[in-house]
Design a protein around this ligand. Structure first.
Ligand code: PEP
Ligand code: MG
Length: 914
């Protein structure tokens, strides 16, 4: 029979840190901590395998589990010296979820399990504190009813509020023994009414109810949404940890807290955490009470409220454990602890979530201390995190002005760095609605809970008036890389009234507010976000590299990444400015210049429209002649910005109607400009109308029907290249034909392009080497890749169109059904964001194989949106592509992702979601 239960107690454990697949992160680390001699309350872990079997068996407990749990309970009773269900001195346990990947607050936890009407009196006697015993029972009934019995959690909160009102106290702590006694009775009565059954009194029944509920919570909406957000697989299940309870709420010699072994926002090497005196663990994470700082340094002033001051011995022991854990795990840890009557217990350790900034500094500090090597350093910084290092900050002067104007509303904790300015939304639903309308939204709450996840995803930043650096809002925002300020206590958030007040100032929903997630400042009104240090150095060139430590480390990271990768990284850029930005970020050429973007510029659109609406060739030629010098100038600018590097220029691609006016008024104006009756223009536009424009007259089909358009573009490219070459600028044009699906399309157009090349070379007496290649966007092109490659010198996958045509999903309309597809798990991720490796990816592999079979030196790249997505970059690396091309600001991300892909192939880098 499978082993489904793993025991740990007193320096001995059946599991270990390497067993995260089976024991979940929490369970594996509880075992590991126990084994290395750290004080952990004894317990056992029910494996993820048991959870998976539970679902496989149609939500029934797997065979053999009951016996194994029974044995583990007996062992637990022995080592802890108390009996489960003993009414005189009961053994109480916590039951917590714990998957392989941490999913903070997404699944359920039950504390104080084992209490019933008799045992509560036993607990009162042994603890010498009847109020405590009643409060524990009250919490247990409340949690159990909410989690296991599905009684709305809100019902209990209403009853507590009523009890507090009757007693005229603001805090739960103001409730007295009698009040708690009444509350417990009322809770149980409510449970009976709501479920038709009495609250379970048998601890063994309670335990099985709790275990099943934790298994089930794997499948709740919050957990599913979280997994989708972080790319965690749905089928790995959760483990269940059953552990002896220790109490941080037995009096003033008790406390509970959470800490990071280093600062998770900045990476600074200081112990950083928070605690609550006389409280139970969940109180800290829930963000309901604002916790106190752990160290004197962190507290500031005389540090008197800190754990260091109040529990000196435990604090010293904690510092020792901090070192032990960092030495053992070789990384920053996020820990939970409880002090019960002066004795310290560790309840959890895991790799701490951190911002991009902290990830960079922590990895470098560990490397410089000789603890980790370069490869490990590279693997510790997720590619997407670099986006945060490039994230905007507020301008110092603008902030000073806001300060002088009295617009600073308060200061909270800097929980997630970056500057954000947005319209206030007080609920997650409103945030989602407002963001859908295209507004930047700032989610403002008194505290956030897992239910707010969708709103946090939609918002540009998050602000809360309560909670600490380890509250839900802070942890989740950091994980998402969003600017976040928490615990801004000067603010009053009144959700019902849709009102935010700070002193005399009141802001309403929709008003703008700005937060600086690096300093904690909250400012009324909007401030303009300003480029990061890295951007100031690389793009604006307003800061000297040697003045920024951050930049120094970023640059070193990028050098190491470049040394480690095989895949080249190019950029998608249509202007000399974008090209220059991308080059500063390390682009090794342009992978896609969409020439049509140049057509939209104000000084060109009229000539473009004239060309489209012309009745005949003569009319089109006249308009094209106007466009030629402008296009040539564009290319000169881009070639100069990319001197020495390849530049792939794609000829006109979109359906022509995209350039045309839409309203009668616009047609009238155009008619006046062109001196043609508006009615005639509208008639011509009507002729151009298509039912499926994305499958219609676009791409190379335009080149075939209006060859003069592609010839003009080719001429502009060749003339620009000749001009640059004449002034000693090294140019490598790669001319790309879009949407090819047949060999003849390519041969016909490539022939025309080369003919133009000859004419220009003869005229300018300059011969610039160039390539002519094709995009691979139509599935048929993949299927005949060998034949196309005989003619084309390079391929570039347009995975946007290739995804559209492979799935048959309209890329413009997928928003109508994608949310449902993701919810129902018909699709694991949006295939337009992360490449569908099984389907579209299979076409990619086939194309590379057949293309290279026909032409061994065929250059192959990808220029769809997927070029900047780390998981897709990994796939393209494995598929043997030469380069990926992405937007300028994603270039560093793609460089690091390409290095990760190479490391992973080597087996020196773990999974993307670790
Ligand atoms: C593509 O289809 O992937 C592509 C890069 O072209 P566009 O997005 O311009 O259609
Ligand atoms: Mg395309």
């Amino acid at each position: 029979m499978d082993k489904l239960v793993y025991f740990f107690a007193k320096g001995q454990a059946e599991g270990s840190a390497s067993m995260k697949d089976l024991l979940g992160g929490k369970g594996a680390n509880l075992a590991e901590m126990t084994a290395i001699g750290i004080p952990v309350p004894p317990g056992f872990t029910i494996s993820t395998r048991a959870c998976n079997l539970y679902f496989e068996r149609g939500r029934k407990m797997p065979e053999g589990l009951e016996g194994q749990v029974g044995q583990a309970l007996t062992r637990l009773e022995k080592v802890f010296g108390k009996r489960f269900g003993d009414v005189a001195d009961p053994l109480l346990v916590s039951v917590r979820s714990g998957a392989k990947f941490s999913m903070p607050g997404m699944m359920d936890t039950i504390l104080n399990l084992g209490l019933n009407d008799q045992a509560v009196e036993g607990l009162a006697r042994v603890s010498g504190d009847r109020r405590f015993a009643l409060d524990s029972y009250r919490r247990f009934v409340q949690m159990y009813a909410g989690v296991v019995l599905d009684v709305p959690k809100h019902d209990f909160e209403t009853m507590i509020a009523a009890a507090k009102k009757a007693r005229r106290v603001a805090d739960d702590t103001g409730l007295q023994e009698k009040d708690l006694e009444k509350l417990v009775a009322a809770f149980k009565k409510h449970v009976k009414k709501a479920t038709g059954k009495a609250f379970p009194q048998d601890p063994v029944d309670q335990l099985w109810g709790a275990v099943a509920a934790v298994f089930r919570s794997w499948d709740n909406d919050r957990a599913r949404l979280y997994r989708r957000q972080y790319g965690i697989p749905d089928d790995i299940g959760t483990a269940v940890n059953v552990q002896c309870m220790v109490f941080g709420n037995l009096g003033d010699d008790c406390a509970t807290g959470v800490a990071f072994t280093r600062n998770p926002a900045t990476g600074e090497n200081v112990f950083f955490g928070e605690y609550l005196p006389n409280a139970q663990g969940e109180d800290v994470v829930a963000g309901i009470r604002t916790p106190l700082p752990i160290s004197r340094a962190q507290a500031g002033g005389d540090g008197s409220g800190s754990l260091e001051a109040r529990h000196a011995a435990c604090y010293a022991q904690l510092l020792g454990i901090r070192d032990t854990l960092e030495t053992h795990y070789k990384d920053m840890q996020d820990i939970e602890f409880t002090i019960e009557r002066g004795t310290l217990y560790m309840l959890q350790t895991r790799t701490g979530k951190r911002t991009g900034l902290a990830a960079l500094h922590i990895a470098f500090d560990f490397k410089e201390a000789g603890v980790i090597d370069t490869k490990t350093l590279l693997s510790r910084i997720e590619a997407d995190m670099l986006v945060q290092l490039l994230a905007p900050i507020f301008d110092g002067k603008e902030k000073d002005r806001a300060r002088k104007d009295g617009r600073v509303l308060g200061k909270g904790l800097p929980a997630g760095p970056g500057a954000a300015s947005g319209a206030i939304a007080f609920t997650a639903e409103r945030a989602v609605e407002m963001a859908k309308k295209g507004r930047p939204v700032l989610l403002v709450r008194s505290e956030t809970s897992p239910e707010d996840l969708a709103g946090m995803v939609a918002a540009v930043g998050i602000l809360t008036s309560r909670g600490g650096m380890t509250s839900h809002a802070a942890v989740v925002a950091r994980g998402m890389g969003k600017p976040c300020v928490v615990g801004a206590e000067a603010l009053r958030v009144e959700v019902e009234k849709r009102r935010l007040t700070a002193g005399k100032r009141t802001l309403k929903e929709g008003d703008f507010v700005s937060i600086d997630g690096s300093t904690g400042e909250v400012i009324a009104g909007s401030l303009t976000p300003h480029p990061s240090e890295i951007q100031q150095i690389l793009v604006e060139k307003t800061l000297k590299p040697e003045r920024s430590r951050l930049y120094g480390r970023y640059a070193q990271l990028m050098r190491w990444a470049d040394d480690g990768r095989r895949l080249k990284v190019r950029t998608n850029a249509d202007t000399p400015h974008d090209a220059a930005v991308a080059r500063a970020f390390g682009a090794q050429g342009i992978g896609l210049c969409r020439t049509e973007h140049m057509f939209f510029a104000e000084d060109r659109i009229a000539a473009v429209r004239e060309m489209i609406l012309a009745d005949d060739l003569a009319g089109r030629a006249k308009a094209l002649a106007k466009l030629l010098p402008m296009q040539r100038q564009d290319f000169v600018g881009i070639f100069r910005a990319m001197a020495g590097l390849p530049v792939t220029i794609r000829l006109l691609d979109p359906p022509l109607h995209e350039f045309l006016p839409t309203t009668p008024e616009q047609f009238r104006r155009l008619g006046r400009e062109m001196r043609v009756p508006a009615a005639r223009l509208m008639e011509r536009a009507e002729q151009l109308h298509e039912t499926n424009p994305m499958l219609g007259h676009r791409g190379c089909r335009l080149g075939i029907t209006y060859p003069e358009v592609y010839e003009m573009q080719a001429r502009a490219i060749f003339e620009a290249a000749a001009k640059c070459a004449a002034s000693k600028v090294e140019v490598h044009p790669e001319i790309m034909i879009p949407l090819v699906g047949t060999v003849r399309e390519f041969v016909d157009l490539a022939g025309r392009i080369r003919a133009v090349g000859e004419t220009v070379a003869a005229k300018t007496k300059t011969r610039v080497p160039y390539l002519v290649g094709t995009m691979i966007e139509v599935p048929r092109a993949c299927l005949i890749a060998g034949a196309i490659a005989k003619e084309a010198q390079f391929f570039s996958f347009g995975t946007n169109d290739l995804t559209q045509m492979t799935y048959g999903f309209s890329r413009d309309d997928i928003g109508k059904f994608l949310p449902a597809y993701l919810d129902e798990r018909i699709l694991p991720v949006d295939p337009f964001q992360s490449i569908d490796q099984d389907g579209v990816g299979r076409l990619v592999k086939l194309t590379v194989e057949e293309g290279r079979g026909a032409r061994a030196d065929l250059k192959v790249g990808i220029c769809g949106e997927h070029g900047g997505d780390p998981a897709s970059v990994d796939f393209f690396h494995r598929s043997g592509l030469d380069y990926v091309s992405c937007s300028p600001y994603r270039v560093p991300v793609a460089r690091l992702a390409a290095a990760h892909a190479a490391l992973r192939e080597d087996g020196t880098h773990g999974s993307t979601t670790a």
